[in-house]
Write a protein that binds this ligand. Structure first.
Ligand code: HEC
Length: 168
């Protein structure tokens, strides 16, 4: 297909240059197919969003238990979980990046300060922003609600720590 297009372009230009550097070689085309295959196998939004959902829920219980490093860790990897979407959804990922940088910042600030009152206020408020993005992107039927217990019960949420304890 690519080769055909290439020949057509050259014909239109009135140039028939055999082996021209403008033509994509079969090997390059093959490589592109493999890259496309890898990209197609990478997660888009749905798979990492499940991780976002779980880490978001866990972070609350970490903060409540005074394990601020765990809360900070959850917030950090909640963001990183979305990295595959930089490649698979390059137009949509900036919406997530802006959300994390702007709307989510007050939650991160409260974690850094180890301030439970501020954390509770900002955490509750940001749930609306999560759901606003779902609505904007056509997923208004996915409504995040706070759980009564962590998504992952196999961690000690009550261990005392500071946000700064998370390795860089
Ligand atoms: C940039 C927009 C955006 C933001 C911000 C966002 N989401 Fe999502 N979320 C989506 C989209 C889009 C889907 C649907 C995924 C798909 O079909 O590709 C989704 C799906 C989900 C799901 C369902 C995943 C599943 O398949 O089981 C959960 C849970 C979720 N989001 C949690 C959250 C939480 C918690 C926040 C806030 C901390 C949040 N989301 C913020 C766009 C967003």
């Amino acid at each position: 297909m690519l080769l055909k297009k290439c020949v057509r372009v050259l014909a239109v230009a009135g140039l028939i240059v055999v082996g021209s550097g403008l033509c994509v070689s079969a090997a390059e085309e093959d490589m592109q197919k493999q890259i496309d295959g890898i990209i197609a196998a990478l997660p888009k939004f749905a798979v990492p969003m499940r991780e976002v959902g779980d880490r978001f829920q866990n972070m609350y219980f970490a903060a409540e238990g005074g394990n601020w490093a765990l809360a900070s860790y959850m917030a950090k990897y909640m963001d990183k979980a979305m990295n595959p979407a930089k490649i698979t959804k390059p137009r949509e990922h900036p919406n997530w990046a802006n959300f994390y940088k702007d709307q989510f910042a007050p939650v991160n600030n409260a974690i850094a300060a180890g301030d439970m009152t501020a954390f509770t206020k900002e955490y509750t408020a940001v749930i609306s922003s999560c759901n606003e993005c779902h609505a904007i992107m056509g997923y208004g039927f996915i409504k995040v609600v706070k759980l009564a217990s962590p998504a992952d019960p196999g961690i000690d949420y009550k261990m005392t720590s500071k946000a700064g304890d998370v390795p860089q």
